[in-house]
Design a protein around this ligand. Structure first.
Ligand SMILES: NC(=O)c1ccc[n+]([C@@H]2O[C@H](COP(=O)([O-])OP(=O)(O)OC[C@H]3O[C@@H](n4cnc5c(N)ncnc54)[C@H](O)[C@@H]3O)[C@@H](O)[C@H]2O)c1
Length: 372
């Protein structure tokens, strides 16, 4: 399983480090949901290339970049050099030839013979295209003001001849964009997305399910997230935070069946917290005889390893989907691993429920996918 990465940041680096340490026999499979329950071995995953736009990373070796995130020293079996990616050109009035940019990306995909792509670039604002023709037209018109970097990366993967998987771990709507799903189906691409469900959101989803099943009426949800990594820093930009807010809030009505007032979003950047974010949750609810209870949860959660562990599964599931020739998007997988599971009409379901949907998919028990 040969993997290409977009965005060699914290998550991508922890993914590479953890994978290498597993191969070295230094650590176990903790934090990987379907660790040894898939037909493909974790040890057979090979990350072979990555694209970034940070001048401090492009042209450097993985081992040099990884030092920013891991000070204990590590030697990689495959110490690839970070390639120059596609920088957001929207609103900059620059001359860029999209087809030429895509062609250069594909040259690298072919050279490295990639099977699975993982999108881990900085959260961006982006609008779905909604129909495939619009997407094609934007490319044909060379409309660089319309296309976000993630959309361009995804498009490039659809133009790559080899059937492949694209795992969208960021909030940009791709699995939630019918246009992207259609392009994926047409071009033998499996698309998982959107926005990796690590950290506090899956926990909130499961708690809401617990309350719903017991007939308790949720009065409101306050969930704060404060972290000190660059992901949190970038979310201090309002446009980017909006994308996150959208992905995180869809769970409330989907699970409860009504929209309890809620505030669920990353709220701040505090450097000393580093990657270990601080999460606080407050959920008041009505119980029998009008009694008012409340849940108060405080947690410190290492952000990047939480997502990297899920990606170890997603890479192997992506590879399995290619082998099964299942293209477009796959709801049972998205429902468990993603905050905003595609396709667009699909609902968020609690992760404790979605886990069993993944199992059924693995065991080929999903005849026809039922959505929501
Ligand atoms: N647990 C988690 O950490 C978590 C959970 C869900 C989603 N995500 C998403 O994953 C993404 C990565 O998170 P991170 O903590 O690694 O962030 P990060 O800031 O450490 O890394 C992002 C990397 O992407 C690069 N980048 C930015 N624009 C690019 C472009 N156009 N092309 C190629 N590279 C580009 C940046 O230079 C940086 O190296 C974020 O979008 C985040 O929202 C993270």
């Amino acid at each position: 399983m040969r993997v290409g990465i977009f965005g060699q940041g914290y998550v991508a680096s922890i993914l590479a480090i953890g994978l290498q340490r597993i191969k070295n026999g230094e650590i176990g499979y903790e934090g990987i949901p379907f660790a040894d329950k898939l037909p493909y071995r974790i040890e057979d995953i090979e990350i072979v290339t990555a694209f970034d736009i940070d001048a401090n990373k492009v042209g450097k070796k993985l081992s040099t970049v990884a030092k920013q995130y891991w000070q204990n020293g590590i030697k990689f079996d495959r110490d690839y050099i970070i390639k120059e990616g596609y920088r957001d050109q929207r609103g900059k009035g620059l001359e860029v030839d999209i087809e030429e940019t895509v062609g250069k990306l594909i040259d690298e995909y072919e050279k490295k013979n990639i099977d699975v792509f993982v999108n881990l670039i900085t959260t961006e604002s982006a609008q779905p295209f909604m129909n495939a023709k619009e997407f094609h037209n934007a490319i044909k018109r060379n409309d660089i003001d319309r296309i976000s970097p993630s959309q361009l990366y995804f498009y490039s993967v659809t133009q790559y001849e080899k059937p492949a998987s694209f795992i969208n771990c960021i909030p940009t709507p791709l699995a939630n964009d019918p246009a992207a799903v259609e392009l994926a189906e047409e071009n033998k691409v499996t698309l998982f997305g959107d926005d990796g469900a690590s950290g506090a959101t899956p926990l909130t989803a499961d708690i809401l399910e617990h309350l719903r099943e017991r007939g308790r009426k949720v009065l409101g949800i306050a969930q704060f997230n404060i972290g000190g990594n660059t992901d949190f820093l970038s979310l201090t930009e309002e446009e980017r935070n909006k994308a996150k807010e959208l992905t995180k809030s869809s769970i409330v009505e989907d699970i409860l069946g009504y929209d309890a007032p809620h505030y669920i979003k990353p709220t701040g950047y505090l450097e000393p917290l580093g990657d270990k974010k601080f999460v606080a949750m407050h959920i008041p609810y009505i119980s029998f005889n009008g009694a008012e209870d409340e849940l108060i949860i405080n947690a410190r959660i290492n952000d990047s390893p939480a997502l990297a562990g899920l990606i170890i599964d997603l890479i192997r599931l992506g590879y399995m989907a290619i082998e099964r020739q299942q293209f477009g998007t796959i709801y049972p997988i998205n429902a468990f691993y993603m905050k905003m599971p595609g396709p667009r009409e699909a609902k968020s379901i609690p992760k404790i429920v979605a886990y069993h949907r993944v199992k059924e998919w693995i065991e080929l028990k999903v005849e026809k996918e039922i959505i929501g």
